[in-house]
Write a protein that binds this ligand. Structure first.
Ligand code: SF4
Length: 316
């Protein structure tokens, strides 16, 4: 049975995490301090709205440092982290550079360095070609074994009783990764684990917030980008935890609102790289056509804050 009013269940926490806040602020502060253009290597975070907004303010996005036309201008590395070869190249080119790698990704970089010192094979659970995975693999000289799913464990040239270590990408599905970790521990008898879970607090909280409300939703909407790992995982989690349908929306303007016809309950969240303004804009768009009842939840209030480098602070 359908009613005239659609219940919108807003997941909380949602949207920007501390690592994304810091990376975006670093670009904004760099523009204030040095003026434009400021080069940014790769999308600073995986969100088109954020990237376009920073372009307007004076950021120029590049794939590789060699594309920098004016080498007197500063360059910032993205929140996903970079292989060690990138700051090395920046030094060789005499560039002024700032690293916006999230401190929780840097923690994993230090972990693989420590494991390399122990001379043990290292397994990385993550998605091939994701910038964070490329950055983590590029921290050390020793090759890292990347696995994306449990079956990949069968192809590793490592003996069962050999001591191994593993790390994971920060933005994976908590449940799927737990299952892969259990398989790693079943397959190998001597496993060194990261000191603290590598999946970050923001990823876990956003997934948990969805789990609490997904089962009551006819449709669950995640605002985010198609190249954002954490956005895609949120869509999967909503479906796994009972939403009849879950979708990712990148461009609010072209969303077909007739999808809401005959729906009673809709879940809504934003990925860790999508700003709250997109959620509020989307609610306004829905309200133009439908009556809604908003239900806010805040499953785990967050107060994590990462400082930007002193050199970029325009206000002391
Ligand atoms: S999702 Fe997690 S690891 Fe990635 S930037 Fe945010 S806090 Fe850092």
């Amino acid at each position: 049975m359908t009613s005239d009013v659609i219940n919108i269940y807003l997941a909380g926490p949602r949207g920007f995490c501390a690592g994304v806040e810091r990376a975006v602020l670093m670009v904004e502060e760099a523009i204030k301090k040095y003026g434009g253009p400021i080069y940014v290597r790769h999308e600073i975070v995986h969100n088109k709205y954020v990237v376009e907004d920073l372009k307007v303010k004076g950021a120029v996005f590049i794939d590789e440092l060699e594309e920098i036309e004016d080498r007197t201008r500063p360059v910032i590395f993205s929140a996903h982290g970079v292989p060690k070869s990138v700051p090395k190249e920046a030094k060789n080119l005499n560039l002024l550079f700032f690293d916006a790698t999230c401190p929780l990704v840097s923690k994993i970089h230090r972990e693989v360095e420590n494991f390399e010192r122990l001379h043990v094979p290292i397994i990385l659970v993550g998605h091939r070609n994701h910038p964070e995975v490329i950055g983590t693999m590029g921290q050390i000289q020793t090759p890292i074994y990347l696995i994306e799913k449990e079956e990949d464990l069968n192809n590793l040239p490592i003996k069962r009783d050999q001591k191994i270590a593993y790390v994971t990408q920060t933005t994976l599905s908590v449940d799927d990764t737990e299952s892969i970790i259990q398989s790693i521990k079943k397959k190998f008898t001597n496993v060194i684990e990261p000191r603290k879970n590598d999946i970050c607090y923001a990823t876990s909280n956003r997934q948990n917030a969805i789990k609490k409300i997904a089962s009551r939703c006819d449709l669950f909407i995640v605002i985010g980008s198609h190249n954002s790992s954490n956005s895609l995982r949120l869509v999967e989690v909503a479906k796994q935890y009972g939403a009849k349908e879950s979708i990712l929306i990148e461009n609010l303007e072209i969303f077909n609102l007739s999808k809401f016809k005959n729906l009673n309950n809709v879940g809504l969240t934003a990925s860790a790289s999508a700003p709250e303004i997109l959620v509020q804009n989307f609610i306004q768009i829905i309200q133009k056509k439908y009556k809604i009842n908003l239900h806010e939840s805040d499953f785990a209030p967050e107060n994590v804050n990462f400082k930007i480098p002193q050199q970029l602070k325009t206000v002391i």
